[in-house]
Design a protein around this ligand. Sequence first.
Ligand SMILES: *Cc1c(COP(=O)(O)O)cnc(C)c1O
Length: 423
Amino acid sequence: MTLSPDWLAQGYPHIWAPYAQMKTAVPPLPVVRSAGSRLELADGRSLIDGVAAWWTACHGYNHPHIAQAVSRQLETMPHIMFGGLAHEPALTLARRLCERLGPGLDRVFYTESGSVAVEVAMKMAVQYWINRGERGRSRMLAFKGGYHGDTFGTMAVCDPDDGMHTVFRGLLTEHDIVDLPCDDVSFAALETYLAQHHAHLAAILVEPLIQGAGGMLIHDADTLRRLRLLADRHGLLLIFDEIFTGFGRTGTMFAFEQAGIRPDIITLSKALTGGTLPLAATVASHKVFDAFWSDDPSQALMHGPTFMGNALACAAANASLDLFDSEPRLEQVATIAAAMRVGLEPCRGLDWVRDVRVLGAIGVVELDRIVDRDGLRRRLVDAGVWVRPFGNVVYLTPAFTIDADDLTFLMRTVCTVLSAQRP
Ligand SMILES: *Cc1c(COP(=O)(O)O)cnc(C)c1O
């Protein structure tokens, strides 16, 4: 196959692509421009984007308000170290995030990726107990179907069987990975489990309302309320990984709002900068922070990524929050949810479709299996949409600003392509 343009042909032999068997992987599509919900390819084709850059570009691509904020920041101060120095974008962002999160979540620790934000959350939870003098509480209770990142620490809390990291099994820290309870029987079983095992657990870690990269599996708000109760009853911290769900994706600014409860620690990343620059945050409650507040230097949180609190990224995140204030993002999410409930419904009748489900601006068509994922991806691209099925799911997570015609086209294309042949 001859690749074009030249930069792809000459550069691709030096690229190691994500989640790809390079020998058989289909080469990536060359993109030369992004705008709104469109990706323009080097050959002039335009694709309607159903993924929003791995769920990050909630305002669509190239929003001028974010672009201006970043370019202004670039001229004054792109980056300074965060150790011993402070700058306005990072501190203003911390204050604004805490205002948005509401009382109880009030200390922000910045990192540059979601995985590292989860690492920091786990580190906080483990050291919380060490600092309080309770030894042996080092394990997380996490759930099958979960995904929390690709680093060694976070691989260990992903689904151990169906996740992407089974090859590393045996090398990972052991945690307690159990079924996510969904009814009285399974909650009773978890209660029994915790009664026996809580003494070696530091925290419960869960993606609230939807487990994303582990399969787009939805659970209800009551599950979260009951997990909060269990955590309180057994003295565990509760960590919500809102890296996917944060910033409107499920219909509220944060998924936990739908349950009317709060976690002790929350992780944020993906849509934090509106899909423009890498940034993540781990936000802790007073209770957690207070366990580190001490005259003893060994009780400090020893972490500090080089690019922590990057000023460009913080400027982008502040501009993204402006847009949540000034534009009707949550209404747009509600409109998308309503449209997807109707627009994806035709898929339900297909023999190979197991389920169709919608949560906020997330539409999921679950198949019994996808045999030829590359073929399916190619047919979607040929039909004019960028949709990237994984596992046995085809999902849509468009920008909240996608226009109604583009959304209709996306959904219709998914249904048409899925119905044409068993993928
Ligand atoms: C994407 C994701 C992560 C990992 O974030 P990276 O920035 O890819 O490291 C962690 N948790 C959840 C819920 C995610 O969706």
